[in-house]
Design a protein around this ligand. Structure first.
Ligand code: GTP
Ligand code: MG
Length: 718
């Protein structure tokens, strides 16, 4: 089983308690800052009796008002930092694990059933190298069957080093990140030396993106609009909350980005795929479906995945028996199926998933790649990293009384809602809602209908079409409605629809674009210092790859040669857009390959940016976004600390037109155009050029505060 994505784990390794609430403080200027233990002073004496002065928008408010009349900010700071969500509290961890998507890809030989991967994650490996406490970390890779370890510590820990008065946990890891940035990056348009397959240096001429073509004709008017979702057929619910995807849909690209976009678009026009890329060599193999399994903590995602894999023969009886026995011994008997996905000692001990686990099974129609995401809110960044590859999603909700409500968040945002919003913003249109733990509510139809109504309203507000949402009542624990229709009469008496497996098979196959130039965002990196080889994992967004293909590794700008490709634990000759693959590379220094990077066509490097213009939709935040706000920006698998440098304009919710220039603050549910300066650089494209690299998420204080798209690259990094 493979796992990938994390940075929280790294922080936990540093044994820090993440108490984000203390960071939600700001002073009377525009700069956010935190002072631990101090409450923010949002109002100042005005000099006028009977009035208080809002330090955010400078309005003089009547004494009687609790919040600012103009900007709505609470006068009483306790209203800002109150985060009494009543959420489950989990203990700190000293030795948690971190990212390695690749490890299960390397962990299994083609003929093996899924089993716990034997490679630890990169960060753990790094830590091991640093501390000399851990030995070699092993995994199989294809026929090499070699042990992989991480000799270098050059991977970026792309996490925001928030610059507050008191060093945040993120600050602690920033030094690691800075070290990772020290490898040379190639300014676009430069001529650089790179290693070829034989290890010899050769000169590679990297054409600047803008010089690939000066034609602007390719930019169609369609490019000027962001086609995030189709809304016309959606069911209309009265008083539904503001619609995120709809708002994104209205976000139109401005003229400034037109030229750039035209040039980028023409890259695709000029590029001609080779014959082998288009040839249908691999007929007979059903299309791959990347299925993210998301939802609130403890809703039963891992149990559902484990049970499904077991029923489909992907987990042997022997392995299952072992899991059951060990889980019982540790007093965690109910987690036996979840242990198929939660493999690390810490995950098992704590009973929560921390990194995304990946498993495969074949349905009648698809090769399904299950991406079992963590539900706990501390691990949302990991969930983003995995689910960003999803073609469709299973949203697991816990039907039991109180648990469903917790996922919906009550006053705060529960992860049922947050995950649904994120998944929709990734462009996922098809979703299966697995209403799990129906056994705990006696398979009650009333409870199922209640959940369907409540959550249906919310999904509609996220712009999921009613026809693209399937609702399945089930019980993972009691094996009801998973791969066959329910046997329990309490359920079968009122539900005769699809079981989960049939619902998966009824999903529309995702579109694959092999005609565009190669693009593979790197989710994870595994390094073998024995054979001097590096392997990357991720989903091929565009184009195709085969052994001996030359690829450009960004942001380092080094050329490498594809040696082997693995898909679904099996070696394959060609991988095409949509495939989740592990690719071993030759002729590149392992330190120059990093998660968050991109493999691309040798002549068509992806943009590396240090400053971006974004169009965003602010989610349900309490603390407003200001110029100077520190955020963590997520773009595909890249994470980087950033600062809001400008709020250019506020957009009208309905028309999408500019309603106000240069507003001072952004509050919940507002759309806006902003500029952000990144602490480092990220591989990125404008949304109109490449959706996968053009979606951005802003996070702060442990929550997603805005979703959006990249409208312009303001500064290219070097
Ligand atoms: P995170 O990954 O931490 O977000 O949790 P999860 O959603 O993967 O939940 P997990 O599969 O770890 O299950 C949490 C608990 O719910 C375990 O004790 C399971 O046994 C229990 N559980 C899962 N499915 C069912 C079900 O259908 N019925 C009942 N009664 N319990 C279930
Ligand atoms: Mg889990």
């Amino acid at each position: 089983m493979k796992k990938f994505g994390t940075d929280r784990d790294m922080l936990r390794k540093l044994n820090y308690e993440l108490d984000y609430d203390i960071y939600d403080e700001y002073d009377d200027g525009n700069d956010m800052e935190a002072s631990v233990g101090k409450l923010p002073l949002l109002d100042k004496p005005t000099g006028k009796p009977g009035f208080w002065h809002c330090s955010i928008c400078t309005n003089n408010n009547d004494e009687s008002l609790l919040s600012c009349d103009t900007c709505g900010v609470f006068r009483d700071s306790t209203g800002i930092i109150d985060n009494d969500s009543g959420e489950k509290v989990y203990g700190k961890s000293k030795d948690s694990r971190a990212s390695v998507m690749a490890r299960s890809l390397f962990a299994l030989s083609p003929h093996q059933m899924p089993k716990p991967a034997v490679i630890s994650d990169i960060f753990l490996a790094k830590e091991a190298v640093k501390s000399h406490e851990k030995g070699c970390i092993e995994a199989y890779f294809n026929d090499l069957q070699k042990t992989f370890t991480s000799p270098h510590c050059n991977h970026s820990i792309n996490i925001a080093p928030f610059k507050f008065d008191t060093p945040s946990p993120d600050d602690i890891v920033s030094s690691g990140k800075n070290a990772a940035r020290n490898f040379p990056k190639v300014p676009l348009g430069s001529t650089k030396a790179s290693s070829n397959i034989t290890g010899k240096k050769e000169i590679v001429n990297l054409l600047p993106v803008n010089e690939v073509s000066n034609s602007s004709s390719a930019s169609s008017s369609k490019d000027n609009h962001i086609d995030v979702s189709e809304s016309s057929n959606s069911r209309d619910y009265e008083d539904a909350p503001q619609i995120i995807a709809d708002d994104l849909h209205r976000l139109k690209l401005d003229k400034n980005s037109k030229d750039n976009r035209s040039k980028k678009a023409s890259r695709n026009v000029q590029y001609k795929p080779e014959k082998w890329m288009l040839s249908d060599q691999e007929q007979g193999i059903s299309s791959q479906l990347n299925l993210a399994v998301v939802g609130h903590v403890d809703s039963g995602k891992s149990t559902l995945c484990g049970r499904l894999l077991h029923l489909l023969g992907r987990i042997s009886k022997k392995q299952m028996h072992k899991n059951e026995k060990e889980a019982k011994e540790k007093g965690k008997g109910s987690f036996a199926y979840a242990w198929a996905m939660d493999e690390s000692a810490e995950e098992r001990q704590r009973g929560i998933t921390m990194t995304v686990a990946v498993a495969y099974f074949d349905s009648k129609k698809f090769r399904v790649v299950l991406l079992d995401s963590p539900g706990h809110k501390d691990f949302v960044p990991n969930m983003i990293s995995g689910a960003t590859q999803a073609d469709a999603a299973v949203l697991v909700v816990d039907a039991s009384v109180g648990s469903f409500e917790a996922g919906m968040g009550g006053n705060s945002v529960g992860q049922t809602k947050e995950h649904a919003q994120l998944i929709r913003s990734f462009g996922v249109e098809q979703i299966i809602v697995a209403v799990n733990k129906m056994d705990l509510v006696e398979f009650s139809k009333e409870r199922f209908d209640f959940i369907k109504l409540q959550l249906g309203l919310f999904l509609c507000s996220c712009k999921f079409k009613e026809s693209s949402v399937a609702w399945i009542p089930l019980s993972a624990m009691e094996n009801q409605n998973l791969v066959t229709t329910a046997s329990d009469v309490r359920l079968s008496s009122w539900y005769q629809g699809f079981c989960l497996l049939d619902a998966i098979d009824s999903l529309k196959p995702p579109q694959r674009d092999v005609s565009k130039p190669l693009l593979l965002p790197i989710c994870d990196v595994v390094i073998s210092h024995f054979v001097g080889q590096v392997a990357v994992c991720g989903k091929l967004e565009f184009g195709a790859l085969r052994a001996s293909s030359k690829v450009l590794v960004m942001p380092s700008g080094d050329l490498a040669t594809v040696q082997t490709i693995q898909r679904d634990y099996c070696p394959c000759t060609i991988a095409k857009a949509g495939d989740n693959v592990a690719v071993s590379l030759q002729g590149i220094d392992a330190g120059h390959v990093m998660p968050g990077g991109v493999l691309c066509h040798p002549d068509l490097p992806v943009t590396v940016a240090s400053s971006l213009e974004l169009k965003i939709l602010v989610l349900d935040i309490v603390t407003p976004i200001l110029v100077g706000s520190q955020v963590e920006i997520h773009i595909h698998h890249a994470k980087e600390a950033a600062r809001v440098t400008k709020i250019l304009s506020l957009l009208d919710q309905k028309s999408g037109k500019v309603s106000r220039n240069a507003p001072r603050i952004l509050t919940a549910r507002q759309s806006a155009i902003i500029e952000v300066a990144l602490d480092g650089t990220v591989c990125v494209e404008e949304f109109s050029v490449c959706r996968a690299l053009g979606r951005a998420f802003l996070r702060a204080s442990g929550s997603t505060i805005a979703v959006g798209i990249v409208t312009r690259v303001l500064e290219q990094g070097s």
